[in-house]
Design a protein around this ligand. Structure first.
Ligand code: ARG
Ligand code: ASP
Length: 721
């Protein structure tokens, strides 16, 4: 492919000033191998990705579509983050058997806990299908016509590309529509919980420490993949057996030191590294402030109830963590974008590109892109703001509205596809809602509803408000809804959805909760969504052209990597500290000493279990300590994002040295702008994981499954010879 050759020219140069990047595993040989070797890697690109032989990629499945995990034994033992398995751990927890609070360790295969619906997907093979997907696209087409042709071509590629019966073909775009790749994936559906430390280790520091370095969290949990008798994916069954992987990661006991090579392999979700300055300004000034304000309100209420009531604490633990996570991230992101002068730097890059366009006489082709960005982004601003309010309120933070919204969709299903589809969807809804109400507290949700209705009426531009929100009495509305709506408990919901479509719709139309959702959604779909989508499509088209211009005209030493898109990527760098502010330098490794320094007896974020304090007192670290100390977390220059949680941190030889779980506060803007002096990923030292499994939990049955190695010691021996 031409694009690949182009990139090869850009990137095959020696450099040490690393600038981030999340790279495509099948293209490392041309694009990254030299740089990786210069950074200290002792493997070849083929050791990482190989279609014909077992390679690292065969040990790194996507965990439940949102996180990453790695296989660490020949019996399908799977390591990921505690926060990635959090809702599974929570769903097995009760006040009597609280695995969040106390941890859980299966002593044998029989004790491992099934998790219906949880998946682990392996990537089998990657193929460039750009030519096939762009077949028939002409410059004369509108964006919508192009999109239609592309969608048809993708469907065709998915249908016709060879794969095994139990596998699946997926096509994803790279470089904003300039490249398309086919992925063949294999999804395992029987994934059982094997072990987890208590939250006081797995979530130590909780939200106060989240996105922060120095960090001291043992953020790990263990699962196991089960397969059928033929080692193939199968739904849960008692007869399934542990999966025998093509490859599993050996674990290094030799630890890390500053400047060691590291590679993080996983499924980063979304990044937007090539937005124009005006888009970044919109994130800083409009989008993030709105999101943060809404979540400020929702979180304060949930927190108040969780602290007062242990039952509510279990019910809301997972929901709260999810909302708090991005709330805090957006704050750090705004700060980092400002501090790193991302807008200023993007503006400079834009003027450089403009002069290059002029110099090369490409005004006709590319001259309009930046002015059009300016125009579309200012046009989209009020729509984007209203959309954010709508999503944060209706879909993400008010539980009653989220469930009610599902019934709103039910109505649409009826109108579009008739009675049978309606009934199927309705039955799914009733079944799915059961789990929701198990963790539902009406009082908490009611307060959140009132606060968010009030914010909605004040924050959404007037022209996008439903009529009844113009002089809203939020307290009155709230009283009425929570007194009379059927969405406040499971029994009334079931009752509400009893009967045929006509009967159900009649009842819905009279429900005050439904009325709120219908008003909000109708207004949104009439006044916001169409224009937003129209502009968004235009912006996507511009982004594709902008990317093309960047690929064609950037200086030779530019590192142009594709944005994250939930496909398997390699990022690499080295273990490195950083300086967050004048006169402060953060070391790259933390130790158990730091856990003890943060220890606050009885505190819900910083308590330390007695057993761990005892092990610390006795310095009983076994083979996992180093010079009398127990390493806990470390940081590196690997460019990661949401979805990389649970990703293996791998040494120069292909052994596991850590488990990615977070980024540092000053560097979270790396989804828009990676600053090599500030952006760091945070990993759990694998020796801390092993220490907790072995010394703390006594899970020696699991330790025996692992392959523990000493690559650094081996190397020294070999050199002496
Ligand atoms: N910030 C990390 C990530 O985005 C970890 C989140 C889990 N921890 C928490 N306290 N919510 O997922
Ligand atoms: N904690 C994130 C995750 O869950 C990783 C990150 O955003 O750095 O994927």
């Amino acid at each position: 492919m031409k694009l690949v050759r182009l990139l090869f020219i850009f990137l095959s140069f020696p450099l040490f000033a690393q600038q981030g990047g999340m790279w495509i595993p099948s293209l490392l040989e041309g694009m990254n191998e030299t740089e990786m070797t210069n950074l200290g890697m002792k493997m070849t690109a083929k050791d990482i990705y190989d279609v014909n032989n077992a390679s690292l990629k065969d040990a790194v499945p996507h965990f439940n579509g949102g996180c990453t995990s790695e296989v660490i034994s020949n019996q399908g033992l799977l390591l990921t983050n505690h926060h990635c398995g959090y809702s599974q751990i929570q769903s097995h927890s009760t006040l009597e058997n609280d695995y969040l609070e106390n941890g859980f360790w299966a002593k044998s295969l029989k004790e491992e806990l099934p998790n219906p619906g949880v998946t682990a997907s392996f990537m089998v093979r990657i193929e460039d299908v750009t030519t096939k997907v762009l077949n028939g696209i002409t410059n004369a087409m509108t964006e919508a016509e192009k999109l239609k042709t592309i969608e048809a071509n993708i469907a065709n590629v998915v249908q016709t590309s060879p794969k095994e019966a139990w596998q699946e073909n997926r096509v994803r775009t790279f470089y904003e529509g300039n490249q398309y790749m086919l992925f063949v994936v294999e999804t395992f559906k029987d994934v059982r919980l094997v072990g987890t430390p208590p939250s006081s280790i797995g979530k130590f520091g909780s939200d106060t420490d989240n996105w922060i370095w120095p960090r001291h969290t043992g953020d790990f949990a263990l699962f196991r993949i089960y397969a059928d008798k033929n080692n193939r994916p199968a739904p849960y069954s008692e007869n399934n057996v542990p999966y025998n992987p093509k490859h599993f990661l050996p674990i290094s006991l030799d630890g890390v030191a500053e400047n060691d090579f590291t590679l993080v392999f996983g499924y980063p979700g979304t990044t937007d590294e090539y937005l124009p300055a005006i888009a970044i300004e919109q994130v800083i000034n409009t989008i993030n402030p709105a999101r943060i304000a809404i979540r400020d309100a929702a979180l304060a209420i949930q927190d108040k109830y969780m602290r007062a009531d242990p039952q509510i604490k279990i019910q809301y633990a997972s929901k709260f963590a999810r909302i708090a996570n991005y709330w805090k991230k957006w704050k750090g992101e705004t700060l980092g974008l400002t501090k790193s002068n991302a807008v200023g730097i993007k503006k400079q890059q834009e003027s450089a590109l403009i002069s290059e366009i002029n110099k090369k006489g490409k005004q006709q082709q590319y001259g309009n892109i930046l002015p059009q960005f300016e125009q579309y982004y200012s046009e989209i601003q009020p729509y984007a703001l209203a959309r954010e309010y709508y999503l944060e309120t209706v879909i993400r933070n008010v539980e009653l509205l989220r469930i009610a919204y599902q019934t709103y969709q039910l109505k649409q299903v009826y109108e579009e596809r008739g009675e049978q589809s309606f009934m199927d969807r309705k039955n799914n809804l009733v079944e799915g809602a059961q789990g929701h109400y198990k963790d539902y507290n009406q009082q908490v949700d009611k307060e959140v509803f009132e606060a968010l209705m009030d914010l909605y009426a004040k924050g959404v531009p007037q022209q996008f408000l439903p009529a009844s929100f113009k002089n809203l009495n939020a307290a009155e509305l709230t009283e009425n809804v929570y007194k009379n709506s059927a969405f406040v408990d499971y029994a009334s919901l079931k009752n509400l959805l009893e009967g045929n479509a006509e009967a159900v719709l009649a009842k819905l139309n009279n429900d005050p909760g439904y009325k709120v959702v219908a008003e909000l959604a109708n207004t949104y779909f009439e006044k916001v969504a169409p224009k937003y989508e129209e502009l968004d499509l235009k912006i996507s088209g511009l982004e594709r052209d902008y990317m093309k211009a960047l690929l064609e005209l950037s200086p030779k030493d530019a590192r142009i990597f594709p944005n994250a898109n939930s496909t398997l990527r390699v990022t690499y760098g080295k273990v490195a500290g950083y300086s967050p502010a004048d006169a402060i330098y953060y070391e790259p490794v933390t130790h158990l000493e730091g856990v003890m320094q943060k220890y606050v007896p009885g505190d819900y974020e910083f308590d330390v279990p007695k057993k761990l304090r005892d092990l610390y007192q006795a310095k009983d670290y076994g083979q996992y300590g180093e010079n009398g100390k127990m390493p806990v977390n470390f940081i590196g220059t690997n460019h990661t994002t949401g979805g990389n949680s649970g990703s293996p941190a791998i040494d120069a030889h292909g052994n596991l040295i850590g488990l990615n779980f977070d980024r540092v506060w000053e560097g979270t803007m790396s989804d828009y702008y990676y600053d090599p002096s500030l952006s760091r990923n945070i990993m759990v030292d694998i020796r801390y994981v092993l220490f907790i499994m072995d010394k703390y939990a006594g899970a020696t049955n699991l330790i025996e499954e692992l392959k523990l190695v000493h690559p650094k010691k081996e190397n020294k021996k070999n050199r002496k010879k």
